[in-house]
Design a protein around this ligand. Structure first.
Ligand code: F6R
Length: 611
């Protein structure tokens, strides 16, 4: 949430920072702003998207080789020009951008008000900035020291970039809880919330750690901890191509990412799953295989779509590995007093690797001695780094705010983990293991086939676009897919949608059914198939509109359904990764038909770095 960009070097900073903001816009789009240093700080900010800021800046002074920029997802203070970042300090000497939340801002503000500070915005950021300025004026020998003193008194999360009139070629940055990457060029440095604004210029990056301060000049990067001790920057090479963060001919990132899935799932399996030899090579878990096999319990923690991947994994792990699994919302887990027993294993799932609730939940579990296995997409992200071990999903950058390819990557990774443990633990036969490996290897090709039904799904979407509500029903492995289908529809089209286990209909939700209600059944063949067909009949009898995701050779379902989407046959354990794909497309097309901004749905932002 909130994207931050900075540049210090020899080139004009404005176009670099503006382009960076466009790349980071998925992290928040309530307002955008830029501060440029050219003799003095020139500040431009505007409510709305980066394009509105760009229009506003036309004809203004954008000279300078140092700049910071921000794209906001509002926390403190409504989205308007006043609350947009960057903020200027009271003296006008300092400008700052911030991603995170300063929890003790109210008490800091009270003290500053007593000292006659006046505030132009409602933000916690302006409070922190004036707090830094106050220390700087009174007892800090330089900005860096003032910042260090201030941060020791701050409660909350932050990634901040600071500039001052006095030092036109320096950006000072600090992080705790919110991400910061620094790209290293020749006589230039790039700062950003993630690598996407940087990859065009350099592949050498440093991921700044919590409680570190970076003093960044064109030819020098100095990292220090809050105790003023120098830290050695650990330079890593980005494994990302520019193409991965562009639309590549697709109208929207969401559509591009849905269509990328045959490749991204293949990338997740590549070099790990050898179906012919019956081998799954996951170096991340080898060392922990015995610990996992003997774990009394696995606890999965995640949020949103990643939580749905976790719920699917619960069904799969319990069935194949015979280890009890609990799936927890990270936001609940972190505030409860959860029972973690000796040997319990935590699987933390996250696309971004930066979700604040998941990070804190991991820290809490770690304190209690749990081993953390991260299933993460973004390489080098906070969760990847704080986990004891992990499995990357290798889905590539996901820019569309609604998660699609990251979800199928998570499922593929979790399936490999489950099958590997089950094989090692002997809880499935060799024959079953080989069968599941083969089935998993066939997923990319089957997804390709599902995507060929895009036009059919688009037509179904046209018939649903005026609905006010929708129900998604599934049983067993497909219950989490029903939840995910409903979440996608809600966030992309703003249609109210609910996911339920199909058998729960009779316990309440069936009261909603009438001729206006679309009910989307995930009804591919599994042990429950006859039962879900009965559930379909119950909906039909009450005149509900039935849309069925079903297997190609199913002759009964089409007689009950108003519309069908056909899925290639697959083992019931593998089916969820296929069944979700048409639901992603359905939401996309309904969203488009309703005129929604599918890549940037209202009120949302990618990477929820605040709680
Ligand atoms: C939904 C969506 C969110 C995320 C959730 C967790 O489409 O994208 O529900 O799944 O915010 O994010 P990560 O996986 O980055 O921890």
């Amino acid at each position: 949430m909130c994207g931050i960009v900075g540049y210090v070097g020899y080139r004009k900073a404005y176009p670099i920072v503006l382009k960076g903001l466009k790349r980071l816009e998925y992290r928040g789009y309530d307002s955008a702003g830029i501060a440029l240093l050219n003799g003095k700080i020139n500040l431009y900010k505007k409510q709305g998207k980066v394009a509105e800021l760009e229009d506003f800046i036309i004809g203004k002074n954008v000279e300078g080789t140092t700049a910071i920029g921000h794209t906001r997802w509002a926390t403190h203070g409504e989205p308007n020009d006043r609350n947009a970042h960057p903020h200027l300090s009271q003296s006008g000497e300092l400008a700052m951008i911030h991603n995170g939340i300063i929890e003790n801002y109210a008490s800091l503000k009270e003290d500053l008000l007593k000292k006659n500070y006046a505030f132009k915005s409602d933000t916690d950021t302006e409070v922190l900035l004036n707090f830094i300025e106050d220390i700087y004026k009174n007892n800090g020998s330089n900005l860096e020291e003032a910042l260090r003193i201030a941060l020791k008194r701050v409660v909350g999360a932050y990634c901040i970039l600071l500039i001052e009139n006095k030092n036109p070629d320096t950006i000072i940055a600090a992080r705790k809880g919110s991400p910061l990457v620094i790209g290293i060029g020749k006589n230039e440095h790039f700062l950003a919330s993630d690598a996407s604004p940087i990859v065009e210029y350099t592949k050498e990056v440093v991921y700044v750690n919590d409680y570190e301060i970076a003093i960044v000049r064109p030819d020098e990067l100095t990292l220090k901890n809050l105790g003023n001790e120098k830290q050695t920057p650990f330079i890593t090479k980005l494994d990302m191509e520019l193409d991965a963060i562009e639309k590549s001919g697709f109208e929207h990132f969401m559509l591009k990412e849905i269509f990328e899935q045959p490749k991204t799932i293949f990338d997740c399996l590549r070099g790990r799953l050898n179906a012919e030899k019956g081998n799954i090579n996951l170096s991340g878990i080898d060392k922990y295989l015995d610990a996992i096999c003997h774990a009394p319990r696995i606890i999965i923690i995640a949020c949103g779509t990643s939580w749905h991947a976790g719920l699917t994994a619960e069904y799969i792990i319990e069935e194949t590995c015979r280890i009890p699994v609990e799936v927890e919302y990270a936001s609940e887990f972190r505030y409860r007093n959860p029972i973690i027993n000796k040997g319990d294993m935590i699987i933390a799932i996250s696309q971004s690797g930066e979700t604040a609730d998941t990070i804190v939940a991991i820290e809490k579990a770690k304190e209690q001695g749990a081993i953390i296995l991260g299933v993460v997409n973004v390489v080098g992200s906070s969760i990847a780094r704080i986990s004891h071990t992990g499995v990357y999903t290798h889905s590539g950058p996901e820019i569309g705010v609604a998660s699609t390819k990251a979800f199928t990557g998570q499922l593929a990774a979790l399936m490999m983990i489950a099958f590997k443990i089950a094989h090692y633990k002997n809880t499935i036969s060799e024959e079953r293991f080989l069968h599941l490996c083969n089935e998993l290897a066939e997923v990319p090709e089957k997804v390709e086939k599902i995507l060929q039904q895009n036009e059919i799904i688009k037509n179904i979407a046209a018939s649903l676009k005026t609905s006010d509500d929708a129900l998604f029903l599934g049983r067993g492995y497909n219950f989490p897919i029903a939840l995910e289908g409903a979440l996608k529809l809600k966030e992309i089209s703003y249609i109210h949608a609910e996911g339920y286990p199909a058998a729960e209909m009779k316990h309440g939700p069936i009261a909603l059914v009438d001729e206006h209600l679309p009910v989307i059944f995930i009804a591919t063949k599994d042990v429950y198939h006859e039962k879900i067909v009965s559930n379909m009949q119950e909906i039909k009898a009450r005149k509900g509109k039935v849309i069925a995701v079903m297997n190609e050779d199913d002759n009964i379902t089409p007689t009950l359904a108003d519309a069908v989407i056909k899925i290639p046959e697959a083992d019931e354990i593998i089916a969820p990764v296929l069944n979700v794909v048409p639901l992603q497309l359905l939401s996309y097309h309904i969203g488009i038909a309703r005129g929604c901004n599918v890549d940037m749905p209202r009120n949302l932002a990618k990477s929820v770095t605040v709680e």
